[in-house]
Design a protein. Structure first.
Length: 133
């Protein structure tokens, strides 16, 4: 019994002491009221660092209240991608460690269909993260 308790405590201490990895959270936009921009490129993001920037965003201003509820602007910022392209376009954003810095890496794969669709991808990322290769 003591062995189980000691083992459980040591596992808990190891988990509590482990460094938290930077995360990229995708915020679903399907139910949000977004305004699609006239022009936009899949690989060119808009970074939104404060709630004021969010309220001024031409794409997200109508959904600013709902988005502000799920983002902590003290520790996170938003990365917005808005573009028109194939319905099969794929875009992902990942955070990687480079020494002590967090680097954001974007991967875009254009679709092969000729249907034109509007795309909006919204991510919450660590505030100190920067784009890199």
């Amino acid at each position: 019994m003591r062995t189980c308790v000691i083992l459980a405590l040591s596992l808990f201490a190891a988990a509590a002491g482990a460094e938290e990895k930077p995360t990229v959270r995708e915020i679903p936009t399907a139910d949000l009221k977004v305004t699609f921009p006239e022009q936009g490129k899949a690989g060119v993001p808009t970074v939104i660092e404060t709630a004021d920037d969010l309220a001024k965003s031409p794409v997200l201003k109508d959904a600013a209240g709902a988005i502000a509820k799920v983002v902590d602007f003290k520790t996170e910022k938003l990365v917005l991608f808005a573009w028109a392209g194939s319905g099969q376009d794929k875009l992902t954003l990942a955070a990687k460690e480079a020494g002590t810095a967090t680097v954001l890496v974007t991967e875009y794969a254009p679709g092969r269909t000729r249907d034109l669709r509007q795309h909006v991808k919204l991510y919450a990322v660590p505030k100190a993260a920067a784009f890199g290769k």
